[in-house]
Ligand binder design. Structure first.
Ligand code: PXL
Length: 290
């Protein structure tokens, strides 16, 4: 069997472990070929570092897509995240339309912000565009801040109770058209996880693991990368979310135990072997709650 391919459309931040520096090793460890289409090259990510450089790759992206098309490249998944400009939203939309085939899984991580605030380079126009782009997705992976942006509701007013959260994931599914994995959901003290609306079954299930620490940078990217890899390997949405939540928990534990600077991202590299050996798939330890 050919090694499945994932087109990964994210920024490349040289330091700080997020986006492509997370997606490439994780997808590779899971036995998948990651083909990066960088949206920007930054010296570091934008959360917690001053004076970062930012090289916008908008002009280059359609050229890369055109070359890949001329080579008739096919992807089993298209996985997008942090975008560098408003124009990139149209470019990624076109990319999805050009490369999406019957069996292609489109995962849009609508990266826009955290803790109720947009990231520094995200304008309201970009957030509106991100919502449009997310309409093309089979699966979206917003955190609660991004859910508020997608639904155009104030973050502070989002419900925190299980019934209210179920209404949010249902609304985000666009009448069951796409699957939703809402991250940062806690239904129990000391736990955190993700509420999943599976468009294939219409079911809502929540995976929970022990809460470790917040804020940890780049955990959304680690989560979405493991989730994407597991979906490409044929796992169900809930199983994929369970593996992703458990991997993030293990990375968070290592990071906190070593007292590492939080802005440097989670210490995931020593744990990549778990993904290669499929250990998390066999025993995720993630609890399922309906
Ligand atoms: O982890 C999300 C992310 C991705 N890429 C860049 C970021 C952030 C969050 O701050 O700054 C460049």
């Amino acid at each position: 069997m050919l090694t499945p391919r994932v087109a990964a459309i994210h920024d490349l931040s040289g330091f700080g472990r997020c986006s492509l520096t997370v997606a490439i090793p994780i997808l590779s460890a899971m036995g998948l070929q990651c083909c990066p289409l960088p949206t920007a090259f930054l010296s570091t990510h934008t959360g917690g570092f001053e004076g970062f450089t930012f090289l916008d790759m908008t002009e280059e992206m359609p050229r890369v897509a055109a070359h890949w098309k001329s080579l008739d490249l096919r992807f089993q998944a298209i996985y997008s995240g942090f975008l560098g400009s408003v124009r990139q939203i149209d470019i990624v939309e076109t990319f999805i339309r050009q490369f999406c085939r019957e069996d292609t899984i489109v995962v849009v991580d609508p990266v826009m912000g955290d803790d109720g605030r947009a990231y520094r380079t995200y304008t309201p126009q970009m957030c509106a565009g991100m919502a449009r782009l997310a309409e093309l997705a089979d699966v979206i992976t917003p955190n609660l801040t991004e859910a508020a942006f997608l639904l155009n509701e104030p973050y502070e007013q989002l419900p925190k109770d299980p019934e209210g959260l179920r209404e949010i994931v249902t609304a985000l599914s666009l009448q069951g058209k796409r699957s939703v994995v809402l991250t940062g959901v806690s239904l129990q003290a000391g736990k955190t996880g993700a509420m999943c609306y599976d468009a294939a079954s219409g079911q809502i299930e929540t995976v929970q693991t022990d809460f470790v620490a917040h804020p940890l940078h780049g955990t959304g990217d680690v989560f979405a990368s493991v989730l994407t890899g597991a979906l490409v390997k044929g796992d169900t949405l809930v199983s994929a979310a369970g593996q992703a939540a458990e991997f993030v928990r293990l990375c968070a534990v290592r990071t906190v135990e070593q007292d590492l600077p939080l802005r440097e991202g989670v210490d995931f590299e020593p744990l990549l072997g778990l993904l290669t050996q499929d250990s998390l798939r066999k025993a995720t330890g993630a609890e399922k709650m309906s």
